[in-house]
Ligand binder design. Structure first.
Ligand code: HEC
Length: 189
């Protein structure tokens, strides 16, 4: 399985498990779970396209990117007021203990989502097996732990995204989700 396949499959797996934990939530906790689910569905919608299993559709990528953007940054952090942890929420106390880092990961997702929209006109390269052009320069498969370390990596700016193959940008978005989950979300299993 290629790099995109691995990261996305790992994410899709945790997304599938999380769907069951959603039950019983109300108010702002339900609201943020719904927002997260919407993003999870957008990731699932794009994944086969990024793997080259379905035809590439730049508009679908822009729509998904808009979904991520609308739930990232301040829109996301506003749904995590202090005192809303604990069952049925899967948010760790770390959200409020390390609030600055949580905010910066939410901001990172906003940046990367905007970047994904910019990259939508650059067709995926992974699907063709052309690894030489990958923007991460030979980076290997990444699990949640290394993704967590990525969370504090220097932020790419939008100029770099505009020149990036779209699957590379999608990978950055997926890693942004995983980096935050690794540190701030209770494992669903
Ligand atoms: C800044 C941190 C952060 C980012 C970035 C983030 N998430 Fe989450 N996510 C969380 C937290 C915390 C929870 C647990 C929320 C709760 O249960 O109260 C969660 C929960 C979820 C859930 C489970 C929702 C449910 O119904 O229980 C899904 C699905 C999800 N996230 C998908 C995504 C996807 C896809 C992305 C990226 C596009 C993403 N998340 C980005 C922090 C984040």
């Amino acid at each position: 399985m290629n790099k995109i396949g691995y990261v996305t499959a790992a994410l899709a797996m945790t997304l599938a498990v999380a769907a069951y934990a959603h039950n019983g939530a109300t108010g702002i906790v339900k609201e943020r779970m719904d927002a997260m689910m919407a993003m999870g569905n957008a990731v699932k919608a794009l994944a086969p396209m990024m793997r080259g299993e379905t035809a590439y559709d730049a508009d679908a990528v822009r729509i998904a990117a808009a979904t991520f953007t609308s739930h990232a940054g301040e829109s996301m952090t506003a749904l995590f007021p202090e005192g809303t942890g604990g069952s049925p929420s899967a948010a760790k106390d770390a959200v409020w203990e390390d609030w600055d880092e949580f905010v910066s990961l939410a901001e990172q997702l906003a940046t990367y989502s905007a970047g994904l929209a910019l990259a939508a006109d650059n067709p995926p390269i992974m699907a063709t097996g052309d690894m030489s052009a990958t923007m991460m320069g030979g980076e290997t498969m990444m699990g949640e732990e290394s993704a967590a370390m990525m969370g504090v990596a220097p932020t790419l700016d939008t100029i770099e995204f505009a020149a990036m193959p779209v699957d590379g940008a999608f990978e950055m978005v997926s890693q942004s989700c995983s980096a935050c989950h690794a540190k701030f979300r209770i494992e669903a299993n």
